[in-house]
Design a protein around this ligand. Structure first.
Ligand SMILES: Cc1cc2nc3c(=O)[nH]c(=O)nc-3n(C[C@H](O)[C@H](O)[C@H](O)COP(=O)(O)OP(=O)(O)OC[C@H]3O[C@@H](n4cnc5c(N)ncnc54)[C@H](O)[C@@H]3O)c2cc1C
Length: 423
């Protein structure tokens, strides 16, 4: 078998103050959001990392947009990496919720701006992946594309990643950042709960063909009679939108491809026909080349680690797109994992404490997203009930401080983890 040796820059590694015995080199599987971030975070504590990405190029799902909230941007800030992501998107600090009948439900709090004025952003998925990849490369992190993990072997104090092309890489620890369909998760927790379809499919688009109805910086979210629609104006004059449609049984890629773009456009128009919202205008103005995503969530497995192997990001837990937190949770995971590796003598001890630091927070995010998904998927009587009870929910959402636990969460990178973990 051909050995794929991690490319090490020995001068740099030796010059790091904290070359860590038995933790000198990490293999990171997945070059999406969590992977490059983890590599940057490990570099900060003196652990060299190599990223292995299955796809030959960066970023699939090119068209999708993502919101990155202040807790996620602040986690990147601890690595001096938030500006590259922030500047690849545009600020959207306000979120206003509406019912399909045109009733304004209220405005939610999106957290306290970072000290340098950074606000929550919306960013293209491609741009997010590219920004993180470029930043990791700029800092000297090797990223190998076309390397799909097939299986993992543990050999004493070493761990080997075997790829589908027959090559292998060996390191002191392995971080599974390989997303919702994680291969690493099969190794760590073979009986873990599988991703669960939440009864919604999502798509989105960008158009320059209509004048924005709102100022840039506002996301208008409409809980419509039959579906959910959100739109926001970008400072460049384009309007970005996304839609979630209730869909009973999880469709396969083949099912979704069986409907043509113009048929999908017609379905979307029907779904929003009774709502007072900009949906129809924006959908008509956007070329109907949709990418659809069935939406999932997944509880974290009981253990997020096994031996010298650990899970982060969607490989560990999936809160569904409705949380707007998947990428931010991945950033937080990467930073907290690095702190634990810094403060513990061996990977298993660090992984144990990393899970302790993260588990309650990611469970709470997942629970919140479930509630939003129920509101988006509501039809018939449950939709009527939703519309009656929504103002109560909004009262909570609009209360200053109600979501401080989420958006104002700040990680103090330098603080020893023992200060945070009760015995
Ligand atoms: C439609 C949609 C909208 C979303 N909107 C938002 C949003 O607004 N805000 C937000 O924060 N989150 C959002 N999310 C969620 C967010 O995209 C994920 O939570 C985030 O990308 C997780 O990062 P990750 O690095 O764990 O996984 P990913 O970004 O999926 O990266 C995993 C990487 O691992 C690679 N990989 C997989 N298997 C292997 C293997 N065997 N070997 C090697 N490499 C492998 C993949 O190719 C991929 O590059 C959305 C998701 C969807 C689908």
């Amino acid at each position: 078998m051909k050995k794929l040796l991690p490319e090490r820059d020995d001068n740099r590694v030796e010059s790091l103050e904290q070359e860590r015995e038995g933790m000198a080199h990490a293999l990171i599987i997945g070059g999406g959001v969590a992977g490059p971030t983890a590599a940057i975070a490990l570099q900060k504590i003196g652990i060299d990392a190599t990223v292995y990405e299955a796809y030959a190029t960066t970023a699939h799902d090119v068209g999708a947009s993502m919101g990155i909230s202040l807790n996620g941007l602040d986690a990147l800030r601890t690595l001096d990496a938030h500006t590259v992501v922030r500047d690849a998107g545009f600020p959207v600090p306000r979120g206003i919720m509406w019912l399909g009948n045109g009733r304004r439900l209220g405005e939610g709090h999106t957290g306290t701006p970072l000290p340098d004025g950074t606000l929550p952003i919306v960013i293209g998925r491609y741009d997010l992946y590219a920004a993180l990849r470029e930043e990791a490369l700029r800092r000297g992190v090797p990223i190998h594309h076309g390397k799909r993990l097939a299986h993992i072997g543990q050999r004493g104090d070493q761990v080997a990643a075997v790829f589908t092309d027959g090559t292998e890489a060996v390191g002191d620890l392995l971080i599974g950042a390989d997303g919702i369909r994680s291969t690493t998760r099969h190794f760590v927790a073979p009986h873990a709960p599988r991703p669960r379809y939440v009864g919604l499919i999502g798509t989105g688009g960008i158009t320059r063909e209509v004048a924005p109805q709102s100022d840039p910086g506002v996301m208008n979210m409409v809980f419509g009679r039959r579906a959910f629609f959100a739109s926001m104006a970008s400072p460049d004059g384009s309007v970005w939108w996304f839609a979630n449609l209730p869909w009973a049984d999880e469709p396969t890629a083949t099912d979704l491809a069986a409907t043509s773009g113009s048929q999908w456009q017609e379905r979307l128009l029907q779904a929003f026909a009774e709502d007072r919202s900009p949906a129809a205008r924006l959908i008509r103005a956007t070329p109907p080349d949709y990418t659809w995503f069935p939406m999932h969530d997944m509880h974290a497995p009981e253990r997020w680690h096994r031996g010298r192997v650990v899970l982060i990001g969607d490989a560990a837990h999936v809160s569904s797109a409705s949380s707007g937190q998947g990428a931010s949770m991945a950033f937080e995971d990467a930073v907290q994992l690095a702190r634990c590796l810094r403060d513990r003598d061996d990977p298993p001890a660090a992984f144990h404490d990393y899970q302790r630091l993260r588990v309650d927070r990611v469970s709470k995010v997942l629970a919140g997203a479930k509630q939003v998904n129920r509101s988006k998927a509501a039809t018939g009587v449950s939709r009527v009930l939703r519309d009656v009870t929504f103002p109560l929910f909004m009262r909570k959402f609009s209360t200053p401080g109600a979501f401080a636990w989420l958006y104002d969460h700040r990680i103090d990178f330098d603080r020893p983890i023992d200060d945070q973990l009760s015995p």
